[in-house]
Design a protein around this ligand. Sequence first.
Ligand code: ADP
Ligand code: MG
Ligand code: MG
Length: 247
Amino acid sequence: MLRITNLHATVADKPILNGVSLHVPAGEVHAIMGPNGSGKSTLAYVLAGRPGYEVSEGSARFDGHDLMAMEPFERAAAGLFLGFQYPVEIPGVSYLQFLRESLNSQRRSRGEADLSGAEFIKIAREQAKLIGMDAEMLKRPVNVGFSGGEKKRAEMVQMGIMDPKFAILDETDSGLDIDALKAVGAGINRIMRKPDKGVLLITHYQRLLDYVEPDQVHVLSHGKIVRSGGPELAHELEREGYTEAAI
Ligand code: ADP
Ligand code: MG
Ligand code: MG
């Protein structure tokens, strides 16, 4: 479903990814762990197509598409969802407006008609309820003044509405208390744990993996995957830390 082959990328002419290869088949959740500065967020940004992140070698294919040849909106239209470590704030645009526009632009790209306001509100309320969020929150400007937990719950509402084929989630657990962590973990399982979907879960810590059990864990170090294993690898890293010995 997602196949990354020998991916090299630079940021501001500095090499950050130095040959990442990774295959996430449909139906699987893979975790990427690694020390600070190892290139985890860079990998997410490269896959998202963020400007300034230059691919110098290698490829990334998603569901038969050459991802690197696609504009960011085309990647989203193809069913790729990206959740970022630092969610953007959009003052002046309510979360509901943002979600409705995201969903409708995706529907248009598939040749489907826009949802009516009433149809959309029903779906948004349903998703907010499932993640344990007061739907009134979604009337506020996107992420402005949201707590860490509120941002991530709102992101799960977004993911539930978009119903993507593949999600790349960067440090979704950062700054969450236990209740939010459980809710977000349950949201990821509910929305994405399906035979035809896949997830790349980027996380510094093991704790989210208690709620979303990965099929495989990969360790990124200096822009390369240096180790892969089953869920037990995450526990080992938690115990041993990212020492040279552990990776
Ligand atoms: P991680 O998410 O694993 O903590 P990042 O991908 O954020 O790591 O960063 C990897 C390396 O790339 C770090 O050394 C960081 O300083 C560098 N880097 C990331 N973004 C930029 C940027 N915009 N300009 C220069 N260096 C950057
Ligand atoms: Mg970091
Ligand atoms: Mg990061």
